[in-house]
Write a protein that binds this ligand. Structure first.
Ligand SMILES: *Cc1c(COP(=O)(O)O)cnc(C)c1O
Length: 445
């Protein structure tokens, strides 16, 4: 049976419903919206807005829920956080303390992971276009695993490893040709997508890989997409294809040590019924559980998304044919609404605003693009200049997708843990915007 597509004509969740679904957020009658034990108004007073705010408690709770579900299913599983979702060093260090490694997709991420104190032995390198320079660094660091995505890349890794006198532990990323029924821009496991090698070619390539000098073939990997909420059918199909491939690899007498199941588990932004980690653990167990191999997971969004929010101030409320609430955060900060038409919950911070009458408003940023729109027709109270608002579920693909478009400095990041908080990344300075730029002499004075 096909999973139903998300229904979008239901009324939006209420403020109370949004809060109830997010255990690290609560409304205090006096202090207003809080993350754990810290009022967001206090954070705004100290660091200004816009600012990213992450809940350490939520990050820990979600990590433990995922690893707990995998353990309860009897799986020998390791989790590598996909750090493109959130690459803040404090977040990475916290997740590492919870037992996670990381999945990196660039030299920059590899260097940040090491700067966060994550040992090379807990780093996996994925991505369809790793450069020679990036692979050389991965080999020099002797990271845990490289996921190869093409025959050409296998050749590249073999040549580089041989030249460096190293042995690369390589898993072959297989494209299982399944439709994860997610947004077209973030589906990755269909034959027409650029990722991995076609499942029909995979066995031949695996054999070639295993015979390549400088390479130890350690397993197979897949990743079928992101924000997967349409049930477990796509996962089960993909993993069943991987299981068949494990049998085929063994049948020809080749070694295989592990299976990398990728990430993609979706979360509830609005009212999508998001799958629980128990469901994913179950899908892995029924398909791959009987192989006697350890499995790996690479979640990003599921761990970090709900744990973060973007705190902003209202710059001005503009009345006309429509009501516009213009925030000091914009698409350069949180890109998801303009990039993927993503829905993010928007909560006022003031306790009074939670009891005021609601009317539809478009919530937009100050950037010179109509696409700089966070929400249209959202039921919100009057939000005069200076009111604080929070964009929920912005802990993944939030700060990492930010740019300085319109010469807007990158917003600071704050980590809350109980009643304490720390600025874990400063607001970018205006001086930094010009840093490294120069005007050549020949332009003239
Ligand atoms: C992006 C990505 C992930 C994480 O995806 P989420 O949807 O954030 O869980 C995992 N593995 C690979 C290879 C990725 O590219």
């Amino acid at each position: 049976m096909a999973a139903p597509l998300p229904v979008t004509n239901d009324p939006d969740p209420t403020f109370a419903e949004l809060i109830a679904g997010r255990p690290h957020i609560r409304m205090d009658a006096r202090d207003g919206l809080m993350v754990e034990g810290v009022p967001l108004a206090r954070i705004a007073a100290v660091v200004g807005t816009p600012a990213w705010v992450y809940s350490a408690g939520s990050l820990r709770r979600r990590t433990r829920a995922l690893t707990g579900a995998l353990g309860a299913a009897g799986l020998d599983a390791s989790v590598h956080f996909a750090m493109k979702a959130n690459d803040n060093l404090a977040v990475l260090a916290l997740l590492h303390r919870e037992g996670l490694g990381v999945d990196v997709v660039s030299e920059g991420e590899l260097r940040l992971a090491r700067a966060a104190g994550i040992p090379a032995s807990r780093i996996v390198f994925s991505g369809v276009g790793k450069t020679e320079r990036e692979l050389r660094l991965a080999l020099a660091e002797d990271i845990f695993q490289i996921n190869a995505e093409s025959a050409e890349e296998i050749g590249m890794i073999s040549a580089l490893a041989t030249a460096l006198g190293r042995t690369a532990r390589v898993a072959l990323r297989v494209n299982p040709d399944v439709d994860a029924r997610t947004h077209a821009k973030i589906t990755t496991g269909r034959a027409e997508n650029k990722f991995g090698v076609a499942i029909d070619d995979a066995l031949v390539l695996y054999a070639r890989m295993a015979a390549s000098p400088g390479i130890e073939a350690v397993g197979i990997a897949t990743h079928i997409g992101s924000q997967i909420t349409a049930g477990m059918a796509a996962y089960r199909t993909a993993y069943a294809r991987l299981a068949e491939m494990v049998h085929a690899i063994r049948a020809v007498g080749l070694p295989i040590l592990r299976v990398d199941c990728g990430g993609g588990l979706g979360i509830t932004y609005r009212d999508e019924p998001a799958p629980m980690p128990e469901a994913l653990a179950g899908a892995i167990k029924v398909t791959l559980g009987g192989l006697g191999l350890p499995v790996m997971l690479e979640p990003g969004r599921w761990i970090a998304g709900p744990a973060g929010l973007l705190l902003a101030s209202v710059v001005i409320e503009k009345q006309g044919a429509r009501r516009f609430v213009i925030a000091d955060a914009a698409m350069n900060d949180l890109l998801r609404p303009s990039m993927y038409d993503a829905w993010h919950g928007i909560l006022p911070i003031s306790p009074i605003a939670h009891h005021a009458p609601l009317s539809p408003a478009d919530v937009v940023g100050p950037v010179c693009e109509t696409g700089d729109t966070f929400a249209r027709g959202r039921a919100l109270p009057a939000l005069p200049a200076g009111e604080l608002i929070a964009f929920l579920d912005a802990g993944a693909y939030g700060a990492t997708m930010s740019s300085t478009y319109n010469a807007r400095p990158l917003a600071p990041e704050v980590l809350v843990d109980g009643t304490r908080f720390a600025v874990v990344r400063d607001r970018q300075s205006y001086a930094a915007l010009a840093h490294g730029q120069r005007i050549p002499d020949w332009i003239g004075a």
